[in-house]
Design a protein around this ligand. Sequence first.
Ligand code: ASP
Ligand code: MG
Length: 455
Amino acid sequence: MIVMKFGGTSVGEPEAIRRVAEIIRSRLSKTPCVVVSAVAKTTDELVSLSDAAAKASRDRANDLIEWILERHIKLIADLDLDGDTVLSQTLSQAAEDLTELRQRFEEAGKVEPMLMDLCLSTGEFLSSHILVSYLNSQGIEAVWADAREAIVTDSRFGSARPLFPESRRLANRLFEPILEEGKVPVMQGFVGADVRGRTTTFGRGGSDYSATFLGALLGASTVEIWTDVVGVLTADPSLVPEAKRIRRMTFEEASELAYFGARVLHPSTLRPAIERGIPVFVLNSMKPGVEGTEITPSLGEDACGEATVKSIAYKEGLTVLNITSTRMLMAYGFLSSIFRIFNQFETPVDLVATSEVSVSVTVDIREKIDQIVSALSEISEVEVQHGKAIVCCVGEDICRKAGMPAQMFGELEGIRITLISQGASRINISFVINESDLSEVVNRLHRKFFSEHIG
Ligand code: ASP
Ligand code: MG
């Protein structure tokens, strides 16, 4: 049994939905359970609807309701599903629900999280009904599965967390009979219900989490995340046009890259699958023939064996603060007094390097820098350097491999490097450069580590 999740762009256009049906057909022998996001942009519009309604902007709210429904009606018509009575009922129910919610928001006078979750879940309810109807029209027997009957969560509306044992019982009870009949269950991503049966959502982008969680509940052999990218790449293609897809990577590597804003699944999204050792594939629904990226708990014995750089990530727009103690040499408590200031201004630091009397850190929040510098100046001398970037090479075990830093830095002749960090994580070597050198540096390293793949 496998779980297949399709994101908003994969169900955003009639063409995309047709492709999704063929992708599901190609997996029928693997017994798929399907999880689906709302049609692209719908959740954004439902957020705007909640805002408008809470501010009593009735005309704007009504326009949004109409616009959301129209788009689904058009999709249904384009897929020749207008005759489907379940779909017309679903649409009129959605119209009724959204209008009622508009009134309730108006009465509340604020974006009440519980109402917001009811409102946002409408997107996934609509998309899942449309997909079920289309699959059936194409001879793929599909059954609509209500996420609220399978995924039990806590009551944190807007950022609910699912409860495993409770959900496992329900999910198996709901899905088993459907699968036994050889049919394809289609469940809404992003949505669950608390123990009192109230609709909850997992936070934006939460459908991926639904998919890995469902995979864990049902003991899936694989979770496939179908999206609009070909998988995880060796570098940002806007800097390195010849960047290549990474075939396999570990959970840790994916987490590290996610931190640097690479287009990869969020680490917490992967956790349910990783905890149960279920491999997750990131695949492109526009190019179903391409293998995608496999994210596994570990690369195992059979993997390449040798530690290598998997991907080169970066973060720009950073500021480096060089902080030098004005107190006595080796006075203790210097580090803690500095970090207390960052803490006070709720500003995370990315890289840190220390010497006897000074500390250098990078921060990426510009707004509070002046306040932070003035607070730091009371206990130290501070030098501020804007326009910096971190470059980060990620790969299992690269820090344990002899000669790896030499290989990396050997490529960087003539480049000014401000800070270096290696060893804090086993899989990441990072350093800070001037932003103006970023493209040059990432391309040089990419050539060094990936040229044989590029050929
Ligand atoms: N539809 C929700 C969102 O746009 C959940 C998801 O797509 O994963 O955030
Ligand atoms: Mg998404």
